[in-house]
Write a protein of this length. Structure first.
Length: 96
């Protein structure tokens, strides 16, 4: 991959042994950088790190609590946190 400012970032939770998007990209010839974005509360975080090493990026949902999840539950079980965190993380990595 020639674009150093591009990478695929997969938002994932609780499926360290079954990240189909990762393998689909590789199987179809994508040879660029791939990162997996996981939250610190994922019980499989260590398994992600074992399986994907430095490709695993970690964020804390509490850093994005100001996001309106459009529900009144307090369990933070929404992908909206990762969807907002990915922009900050991409910027820190120098990705466009």
């Amino acid at each position: 991959m020639k674009n150093k400012d591009f990478a695929a970032i997969i938002l994932t939770y609780g499926r360290a042994e079954n990240v189909l998007t990762y393998w689909t990209l590789r199987d179809h010839g994508y040879d660029g950088k791939i990162y997996l974005l996981c939250s610190i509360d994922d019980e499989q975080l260590e398994k992600y790190k074992d399986n994907y090493g430095e490709q695993v990026l970690v964020f804390d949902k509490n850093d994005y609590k100001s996001v309106d999840t459009a529900d009144n539950l307090e369990n933070m079980k929404a992908v909206v946190y990762a969807r907002n965190a990915v922009w900050d993380i991409a910027k820190k990595l120098g990705l466009k």
